[in-house]
Design a protein around this ligand. Structure first.
Ligand code: ADP
Ligand code: MG
Length: 704
């Protein structure tokens, strides 16, 4: 069935038949560089094109696949005045079926009489016409029967791939048919006893079955990703992930760490620092941290709490324990603004204790930096706050005892590992506002214990959130002005596609700033903040806003995380449909931090299904955990965690939520394998394989 030109796993896709440099570049943008990458690009659905329903069986409400030849096609006007594309199809028995696509004038050039189509959808009944029709189905144009490719796209169970840019499902299917012979080069490294116990097909076979399923496999099994091939590949991904994490964990546990003392005098120092009464949840979290810190093995703990739940206070308390034991504390923030913020909060927190605090950022002059480094290396400052600049190799600590990392999702596992090596196995506390179900966090982070702050400080009122359409946005500004007149402050945020600050978006923030300053908020002091300002200026603008020398802050999403100005009570998010749910929630978390009632306005243009769901979720809930669950439902776990940024594993076949059962199974097997086989040849082979094949993908590099 497949030509056997020489294809190798590591061949660049450019050289695969039919690809070439242009398409290869598009594939590469999706992370597909080699033939092997393509083999691990799974279909998201399967269609049984060996068994199409005859038209006569296709009745109202029935869903399924049909096959037919286009006999006529035209664009019509639908009841609501929108264009509708309609085609009439004929099947092998000579019966006819009407097919309609709404708002799809563009199909006129694609679907023409004589073409053979495979369609997948649901039949509806048109009362006026008194006949069934297929409503807005998915479809694919099939090659002529005489075409040698026909067998690839019909007459069998056909894999359906996510299109990549303009590369169609059919093209991807064709590329895969050319790539499949390379399967024979795949090394099967899953321990043989596991393969036998679960009756898994060999790796090469599993991959082949995913892309070219055999006819005797139930379609249902394929589509629920529970076919033998799927089971093996899902299990395998989890197995290597857990194997890597467990090894790391064991290694960490056997590394000697610092056993911090927790004397009554130190407890008194912690109390002396507190500017307010901690919530019960904060107390519980600190207790868990303190117990960990007192142990002789290094702490590795995730502190999870919704925006505004007061993680910084808990972090500061833990810092006191470390400092009073004679150690230094490093606090890492994802951005310069946040580092500056933390510097200010900690300065305030530690004033009663008289600790010296150093700030190290990338934007400092070389001289300043050199000076800071000397101070840090000499151990003259117990607290060091900084950005990734702190990770630079030549920053030496005299006696690093505790590392606090704010906003986990911006930092990869890699950096975490790297940082650990800077001291004598310091304790690590990672803070995050991204709510992850506890069981999931345990398995995913593997080596992290989890503390949760599930309570907000007293006196907080939920932020009132409203959806405002662009058309009605004019009515919004007087409401904002009223707040400003009462002495409050406001944020107006414009979206950016990513941190590289696409110039178009930047322009909108800059232009809107001018407009707001001159018109909307004339008479008020309006500041502008965006990522391309020099760091010192960013800090200055933020400082002025904090000191209420500015009433309104127009910004891009640089203020997303952690900014804390309790007097700000209004958050306007423009083009809110462009933001993810987690990000919207983070942004909203910038208000509702003081005693005054706060408002969040989500201004949107045209909404699609997904963005409408998000906006609705935001207006209905203030609870980060609830929203995270909704987000998972809407988007699926991969995107939710923002895998690339987070340093979390990039899973191809497995879904951390949907396949949780297999995840747990794989974790147990990995544990068993390590216990039974450690030191054996088989074990060493597994480690080699892990290092060569999975380390980069899982961000597990630098396992000792
Ligand atoms: P986040 O968890 O989002 O980092 P922060 O640590 O910035 O939250 O705290 C949010 C705000 O709540 C800050 O202004 C902080 O001073 C205040 N805060 C924290 N804990 C308490 C508390 N127990 N009582 C009153 N206010 C608190
Ligand atoms: Mg914070």
């Amino acid at each position: 069935m497949y030509t056997t030109a020489l294809v190798h796993l590591n061949s660049p896709l450019q050289y695969l038949k039919g690809v070439g440099p242009t398409l290869a570049a598009k594939l590469q943008a999706k992370g597909l560089e080699t033939v092997e990458d393509l083999l691990f690009y799974p279909p998201f659905r399967y269609e049984d094109r060996s068994r199409f329903l005859p038209f006569r069986q296709f009745r109202d409400g029935q869903a399924g696949a049909v096959l037919g030849t286009v006999s006529s096609a035209r664009t019509k006007t639908w009841r609501n005045g929108q264009p509708m594309f309609e085609a009439e199809l004929q099947d092998e028995e000579g019966n006819r079926l009407l097919v309609r696509w709404y708002n799809a004038r563009y199909l006129a050039s694609e679907i023409v009489p004589g073409l053979k189509l495979a369609l997948f959808g649901k039949a509806e009944f048109d009362f006026k016409l008194g006949r069934n029709f297929l409503s807005h189905p998915e479809f694919e144009v099939l090659p002529e029967d005489s075409d040698p490719e026909a067998a690839l796209h019909a007459g069998r169970i056909v894999p359906i791939y996510e299109t990549i840019g303009k590369i169609s499902r059919k093209q991807i299917r064709r590329f895969l048919s050319h790539a499949l012979p390379a399967c024979q080069e795949l090394v099967d490294a899953l321990p043989a006893q596991l393969r036998a116990r679960y009756n898994f097909p060999a790796l090469a076979e599993a991959v082949r079955l995913i892309h070219a399923p055999e006819l005797d496999v139930a379609l249902e099994q394929l589509n629920s990703r529970r076919s033998p091939g799927h089971l093996r590949l899902i299990f395998e991904e989890f197995f290597w992930l857990e194997f890597g994490l467990l090894r790391k964990q064991r290694e960490a546990k056997s590394t000697p760490g610092i056993a911090f003392q927790l004397t009554p005098a130190i407890r008194e120092r912690v109390k002396a620092m507190l500017p307010f009464k901690p919530t019960e949840a904060q107390k519980r979290a600190l207790k868990e941290i303190a117990v960990d810190m007192a142990k002789p093995s290094p702490m590795n703990r995730l502190l999870q709490g919704d925006v505004g739940s007061g993680k910084t206070l808990v972090a500061a308390e833990s810092a006191v324990i470390a400092v009073e034991n004679g150690y230094q504390v490093a606090l890492l923030a994802p951005t310069e603004i946040l580092a500056a913020q933390h510097y200010l909060s900690l300065t305030k927190f530690f004033r009663p204790l008289g600790y010296a605090i150093a700030l190290v950022t990338g934007s400092q002059s070389p001289r300043e930096k050199a000076q800071m480094k000397k101070v840090v290396a000499a151990g003259l400052t117990p607290i060091v706050v900084g950005t990734h600049a702190l990770l630079e190799k030549d920053v030496e600590f005299a006696k690093l005892g505790l590392v606090i990392i704010d906003e986990q999702h911006r930092f990869g596992v890699l950096q975490r590992m790297f940082l650990r090596q800077k001291g004598l196995a310091p304790d690590v506390l990672v803070m995050t506002a991204t709510p992850i179900p506890r069981t999931l966090a345990l398995t995913l982070y593997g080596d992290l214990d989890v503390s949760i702050i599930d309570q907000l400080p007293p006196g907080r009122r939920p932020v009132r959130t409203e959806h405002v359409t662009q058309a009605k946005a004019k009515g919004l500004w007087p409401k904002v002005r009223r707040q400003l007149e009462q002495g409050r402050q406001a944020y107006v945020v414009y979206p950016l596609v990513d941190e590289s600050e696409n110039s178009l978006d930047l322009k909108s923030a800059v232009e809107m700033h001018r407009l707001h300053e001159e018109q909307t908020f004339s008479g008020f002091r309006v500041g502008l903040l965006h990522g391309q300002l020099p760091a010192a200026e960013k800090e200055a603008v933020m400082d002025r806003f904090k000191r209420h020398e500015l009433d309104v802050l127009v910004s891009t999403t640089v203020i997303e995380v952690g900014v804390d100005v309790p007097n700000a009570t209004v958050m306007v998010i423009e083009n809110a449909e462009k933001f993810g749910l987690a990000q919207l929630h983070q942004l909203r978390g910038r208000v509702g931090r003081g005693a005054h009632e706060s408002f969040c306005y989500l201004v949107t243009g045209k909404l699609n299904d997904v963005s409408a769901q998000r906006i609705r979720a935001m207006t209905e809930s203030n609870d980060g955990f609830r929203l995270a669950e909704t987000d998972l439902e809407i988007r699926g776990p991969g995107e939710f965690f923002g895998t690339r940024q987070s340093g979390l594993p990039q899973l191809r076949f497995a879904h951390v939520l949907a396949d949780r059962d297999i995840l747990e199974q794989a974790r147990e097997e990995a544990m068993r394998f390590i216990e039974k086989e450690e030191g054996s040849l088989r074990f060493r082979q597994a480690v080699d394989y892990l290092e060569q094949h999975w380390q980069r993908r899982y961000g597990l590099a630098q396992i000792g």
